[in-house]
Design a protein around this ligand. Structure first.
Ligand code: SF4
Length: 255
């Protein structure tokens, strides 16, 4: 694992100046397509990756986490994207309905214990999703928040035991908008109504001028991430054996 971390930093640095499309193409050509998964929350950056990836290889799975309390505009966007690109997103969700969550954990868990709510509705479904992949492509960017400032283009994620690829790590908000506009990518209309970052209805508010783009998430709470991209919560699940990971990594690194 230590060797992999060292290698991931060196390899990651080689891609600092590459366009995300080149990074995606490299990943697509150097790994088994069905073992790569692009995870999306249908945010602007994720939409750029979807647009790039379907043009490279439509067989690479694209999945999302359905908390069942996403905005109606988000579900509508999902449907629109499926139609435009002729693809089907893979849905992962907790079997726990919101009603069952209320019965089991009490009302408005997202206010009283948002970490638990996110763990139930996002982290556990992501864990289930990533059991299917060796390589996880994400849309996180360094400029999104201080917590993401050190994001590498290629990382080893010990929490989920996967190679994590962040092709947009170096992109700014205007890079993202340029791509969306140039390629006429459909996007969530809430972005035009003051919501730069969109999650669940219960935990997303618009932001004011001068606020960070993720300041509208869990407003008033001491919480800045869902737990999907932090690497400090929970134990590694260990579904990949070290040798298996080493082989995957070598396969990727040799390209
Ligand atoms: S963002 Fe809010 S509603 Fe959604 S899973 Fe997390 S705490 Fe629950």
């Amino acid at each position: 694992m230590i060797t992999l971390r060292k290698n991931s930093n060196a390899l990651s640095n080689q891609f600092e100046d590459n366009h995300p499309e080149e990074i995606l193409r490299w990943v697509a050509e150097s790994s088994i397509p069905h073992r790569i998964g692009l995870g999306t929350g249908f945010g602007l950056a994720g939409l750029c990756l979807i647009d790039m990836l379907v043009k490279i290889n439509k067989d690479i799975p694209i999945f999302y986490l359905d908390t069942e309390v996403l905005f109606p505009e988000t579900y509508a966007l999902r449907d629109r994207l499926e139609e435009k690109y002729q693809i089907e997103f893979i849905r992962y969700a907790t079997p726990l309905s919101m009603e069952a969550q209320k019965d089991q954990y009490g009302d408005r868990l997202w206010e009283r214990d948002p970490n638990r709510c996110c763990n139930l509705r996002k982290v556990q479904p992501l864990n289930e999703a990533l059991m299917n992949y060796d390589v996880w492509i994400t849309a996180i960017r360094r400029k999104q928040s201080p917590a993401r400032a050190n994001t590498g283009i290629i990382e080893w994620d010990p929490k989920f035991d996967v190679i994590k690829i962040n092709p947009l790590a170096t992109w700014t908000k205007s890079d993202v908008w340029n791509y969306i506009n140039t390629h006429e990518v459909p996007y969530n209309p809430l972005h035009d109504r003051g919501y730069p970052s969109i999650g669940c209805t219960h935990c997303t508010t618009p932001v004011a001028d001068g606020e960070d783009e993720r300041d509208g998430r869990w407003r008033g709470q001491d919480k800045i991430e869902c737990g999907l991209h932090s690497q400090t919560n929970g134990d590694p699940r260990g579904h990949h054996q070290p040798q298996e990971i080493e082989e995957t990594w070598q396969q990727v690194a040799q390209q």
